[in-house]
Design a protein around this ligand. Structure first.
Ligand code: ADP
Ligand code: MG
Length: 340
């Protein structure tokens, strides 16, 4: 059997661009995550998210962070353009200390939709407005408050196939709300707002991890969590009386990035409870892990939700010990021998 021979061709640039952008941004949730990451990387303490039409019509994130200096504004939506590499260059991407580092989120948003930026560092007199779509970028000087507002509209409007595979707006909004909740849980001390289709939906301004649990899951849950503190681990875990039949409230972040937890880490938390948890039960936990930049690789996938930890068994053992130590303070735990 022989296949017809056809010449190999390079994809037209606009097609290659859409394919690459589609890996970074496959749904509105991805854009929201990237914009929240940018706001956190900018040191913002107030972050407001607005979505309309499930994010397909509009996604807007406004922050009071450091802003983009006028000299850099034109580059913000360029591909592989980032201010987050340390000056030593090449190897720096392997030592990631910020949430962003690939320099493609704004670029991808400008390919998959239309991007509008309004940005001003506090010390700069005027602001910059950037509009980018496809290959075109326009920059204008305007006046605006300090901080950055990024707006993405008409997401996938030119990608009908992508548009057809999107969730219904209400379902996407539910997932975006859950994502925002994870950011709130892992970054207490900031103030967050969410507006959906023009209606204020949520405000979170928790002072600490327990307050974050109260804000996201309610005071009943917050009253049943205990602090977990160990080298490289901080957060909260629920008391044994607050358990769930699913692992849907087990949250982990690695160096500030909410991540999809490797099952080994969930298991380590559950093992930390020993017999205090019934079979199949799962606790609520919010655990922030800090690892040396060279010990983890967030660069497995463009969406950066999966991280590879250099020594997962060691991290899991630390998590198990930290949870078990936190529980040792609990009255029910006294009869149980300490576990490692
Ligand atoms: P990355 O975050 O990987 O650097 P992005 O495409 O998300 O790439 O952003 C490009 C650059 O634009 C960032 O490196 C940063 O300098 C700037 N930027 C983006 N969003 C913000 C923001 N909210 N505040 C300040 N600067 C921002
Ligand atoms: Mg980014």
């Amino acid at each position: 059997m022989s296949l017809p021979t056809r010449p190999i061709q390079i994809l037209p640039p606009q097609v290659a661009r859409l394919i690459a952008a589609g890996e970074v941004v496959s749904r509105p949730l991805d854009v929201v995550r990237e914009l929240l990451d940018n706001a956190l990387d900018a040191g913002a303490t107030r972050i407001a998210l607005e979505v309309a039409g499930g994010g397909l019509d509009l996604i807007r994130v406004r922050d009071n962070g450091c802003g983009i200096p006028a000299a850099s504004a034109a580059l913000a939506a360029e591909r592989h353009a980032t201010s987050k590499l340390s000056p030593d260059g090449a190897g720096a991407a392997l030592h990631v200390t910020t949430l962003g580092f690939r320099g493609e989120a704004l670029w991808a948003a400008a390919q998959a939709g239309e991007l509008h930026l309004l940005t001003r560092p506090a010390a700069q007199v005027g602001a910059c407005e950037v509009r980018a779509h496809g290959e075109a970028t326009q920059v204008a000087r305007v006046s605006a408050p300090a901080g950055t507002t990024v707006t993405v509209t008409r997401l996938f409007a030119e990608l009908p196939a992508r548009l057809r595979t999107q969730l219904a707006p209400a379902a996407e909004v539910r997932e975006i709300t859950a994502l925002l909740g994870r950011y709130v849980l892992h970054h207490p001390g900031l103030s967050w707002r969410m507006v959906v289709d023009g209606e204020p939906r949520l405000t979170h301004a928790p002072a600490d991890p327990r307050g974050a649990v109260a804000s996201v899951y309610g005071p009943l849950s917050a009253n049943r969590v205990m602090a977990v503190e160990a080298p490289g681990i901080s957060g909260v875990v629920s008391r044994p009386e607050l358990t769930r039949t699913r692992r849907d409230r087990m949250h982990f972040s690695v160096n500030g990035r909410p991540v999809q937890a490797p099952p080994e880490l969930e298991k380590a938390v559950i093992e930390g409870f020993a017999e205090l948890l019934g079979a199949g039960a799962a606790p609520l936990c919010v655990l922030n892990l800090t690892v040396a930049p060279e010990d983890h690789d967030p660069n497995i996938h463009p969406a950066k939700q999966v991280v590879a930890l250099a020594d997962l068994p060691a991290v899991a053992a630390r998590v198990r010990a930290a949870v078990s130590a936190a529980l040792a303070a609990h009255p029910l735990a006294r009869a149980v021998p300490a576990l490692l």
